[in-house]
Structure formats: C-alpha cells, structure tokens
Ligand binder design. Structure first.
Ligand code: UD1
Length: 367
C-alpha cells in the first residue's frame, strides 16, 4: 500500500486536487490517500463551497492556519504539518500549484525525507516580485517528481538543472475538472440572478497584491473600466483581499460612478464556470483563469505584466495587458470588437491528466 498525503490550502488548489483524489480512491487496492487542508483559505465562499461543488471528500486533517503575513503563515503551516507527517510517515506528499501552503508543506516533507510530487511544476513568470514565483522555485528545487502541465515547464526545469528523470509532462489537471463539471454548471442560475445575457457581458477577477494593495493602481484599474461598462455589464466577484482594500482606500464613491460594474461575493466553482464560459470577455489577474478561458476559447485579458502560462498566449485566447489604465481601456474595447481566437487547446489539456499523474506517482514508487 502506498500512503499518500495530498495537500491543499487555498482556493486555486481545490479544483486541482479533486480529480487526483478521485483517481487515487479508485485505486484503493494499492493506494491509501489522505487529504490535508492547511486552512490557508477558510471563508465559506473561498473553501467550503468548492468542496461541495466538486464533491471533494472532507479533509482527513485540517490545520486551520488562517491568514497572516507570508513568514508567519508559512511558519505556522510548517509547524503544524511536521507532526502530521511524522505520525503518518507517508510514502509521498503531493502538493499542487504555487500558494504558500504548497511551499511550506514541501519544505517540511523534504527535510523528513518524505518524497514530494509537485503537480503544476515548472511554470515561471520570471518575476520574483510575485510571492507565487518564490513558492514555485522553492517547491520545484525540492520536489522528487515534477509533474508539468505544458512543455515550457519541462524546459524551465531542465534549464534550472533538474534531472530529466524527475520531470513528467502530464498535462493540465485543472482542465480535468473543467470538462467534468461543464454539464453540471449549465444548471447554475448565475446569469438569471444578475440579469446577464450570454455573450453580452464581461467577467472580472482581481486579487494580486500588485494590483490591489496600492490605492492609485487599484483606482486606475477601476477607472479604466468606465468605458467598458458603458458597453456592457461587468460582473466582478470580489476576493476578500480586494474587498478589504476598496473599503480601506475609500473607493466606494468611485465605484458608485460605475453602475454597470456589478460587485458580488466570490462565486463557487459551478457558478463561476457558468459565468465565464458564457461571457464575451474575461479580465483577470488569476493564473488558472487564463488556462480555463483558453480551453473554452473565451477571450481573456490578463491584467499583469507577465504570465507563467505563456502557452495561453501562444496557443490560446490570452493577452497580457498589464495594469496601465489606458492600455486596459484600449485592449478591452478592442477585444469586444475583435475577439481573440484560440489556435488550439494545448497538448494534454484533455481531461486525463489525473490518470497520468497517479500513474507517474505509482511508477516512481519502489516495489
Ligand atoms: C492566495 C495565493 C494566491 C492565489 C490566491 C487565490 C499565496 C502566496 N497566494 O492569495 O497565489 O492566487 O490565494 O485566492 O499563497 N482572506 C479572507 N478569507 C479567506 C482567505 C483570505 O478573508 O478565506 C483575506 C485575508 O484578509 C487575508 C487575505 O485575504 O489576509 C489574503 O489571503 P492569503 O491566503 O494570504 O492570500 P491570497 O491573496 O488569497
């Protein structure tokens, strides 16, 4: 029996672990998977709602870490996870993505000589001002099995000196979940709830510290939306960090001048899938949404200076716009009139990544 601890912590982890847990449970004669939630995200809308929507089993272990500075959050996760790993002595610790929980769990397992498999390895924005880039570099330096979503990930890892036998190109596991849930999402009432007509509205998300933690930058982005929301409504499910900054910076007055920019609480997986898959255009600073829009051929503008997912630009519908208000306004209006077409869905974004991931873990296990 291979004992495996699967680690999740924050919203973008949940849709990646769902198909992997599923696949491991299906191989219950050989694998004994446990699910550990660090509790980095804890609000009902940021965590529970995803477990319900994606039918993820309840975590076997919940560390209930919560929010704190980067150092404190990372340290708390490390301190809480160490005794759990010592108690269970798993054959593998599986981490996903690039959040603080990913890096913290990896550091502890590596020092206890527990093998680490990293799902979504090799992505690089080459921008160390992003906390996620630091998490990616540290996690990939320590992991024993690096499971990449696209070939650029393999190249980045090889360039950093990772031995090729540790790298496996398995495809994009987020897309497994996307395809599995597409049908169910169609019964979400989200369009009716906000009175939206398919292909006649935009969807937006914004939560990166570099966009929302500085008053002038956040105000500039909101300002850029004025002309866009005159053309069609923009639905904006708002991350708790962004909500807090809007209040702190007193930007409510500015929002009142944008009547067609509709703010709402963070949506669950199915509602959000229904929302963006029917939208005319998505504006985002998320990583995963760049991939989901590419897969469904929905035009996407990324409000960041760079992306760790370049394949969404070279093969998909994504454009990197940055956060300059004039560029956002120009590119958004242009995208409404001339929507980007996807060349193709990237290789191995086919709904079968979880199977390849669990195959790779089994193949890399002795005996
Ligand atoms: C984290 C990830 C980021 C990911 C994002 C998705 C890191 C470094 N960042 O950023 O890569 O794209 O999740 O959401 O791991 N908060 C709540 N309730 C919650 C969670 C957060 O109110 O359930 C608020 C708190 O004020 C907290 C702030 O959001 O301080 C930031 O949360 P944190 O987990 O530190 O980072 P995110 O910005 O969510």
């Amino acid at each position: 029996m291979l004992k495996i601890i699967n680690v999740v912590g924050a919203r973008p982890n949940f849709m990646k672990i769902a198909p992997v847990m599923d696949e491991m449970l299906r191989r219950g004669d050989r694998l004994q998977p446990l699910l550990l939630h660090t509790g980095q995200h804890y609000d009902e809308a940021m965590s529970e709602a995803f477990f319900a929507d994606l039918q993820i089993p309840r975590p076997d272990i919940n560390l209930e870490i919560g929010s704190a500075s980067h150092a404190e959050q990372t340290a708390r996760i490390m301190m809480a996870i160490e005794p759990v790993i010592l108690e269970h002595r798993p054959d593998w610790l599986v981490v996903v993505g690039d959040v603080n929980s990913t890096m913290a769990a990896t550091l502890v397992a590596a020092k206890l000589s527990v093998k680490v498999a990293h799902i979504e390895a090799g992505l690089r924005s080459f921008d160390r001002a992003m906390p996620e880039e630091i998490n990616r570099l540290v996690t990939d330096a320590l992991a024993d099995l690096l499971l990449t979503p696209s070939k650029d990930g393999d190249e980045n890892l090889r360039r950093e000196g990772v031995p090729p036998h540790k790298i496996r190109f398995v495809g994009n596991v987020m897309i497994d979940t996307l395809y599995r849930q597409l049908e169910r999402a169609k019964s979400s009432p989200v369009l009716e709830r906000f009175n939206l007509q398919a292909k006649n509205y935009c969807a937006m998300t914004l939560h990166r510290p570099s966009n929302v933690d500085d008053k002038a930058t956040l105000a500039g982005i909101l300002d850029a939306l004025e002309a866009v929301q005159k053309r069609m409504p923009i639905l904006f499910p708002i991350h708790p960090r962004t909500r807090a900054r809007i209040n702190e910076f007193g930007l409510q007055k500015q929002l009142a001048r944008l009547p067609n920019l509709i703010l709402t609480e963070p949506l669950g997986y199915l509602d959000f899938l229904q929302l963006y898959s029917n939208s005319r255009l998505v504006l985002t600073d998320s990583g995963g949404i760049q991939e989901e829009t590419t897969t469904l051929g929905i035009p996407c503008l990324t409000l960041r200076p760079n992306t760790e997912r370049p394949i969404t630009v070279s093969e998909g519908t994504n454009r990197i716009v940055g956060n300059d208000p004039e560029a956002i306004r120009r590119e958004a209006l242009n995208a409404l009139d001339h929507p980007a077409q996807a060349l193709r869905v990237p290789a191995l974004w086919d709904g079968q990544a979880a199977r390849r991931i669990v195959d790779a873990i089994e193949a890399a296990s002795p005996g």
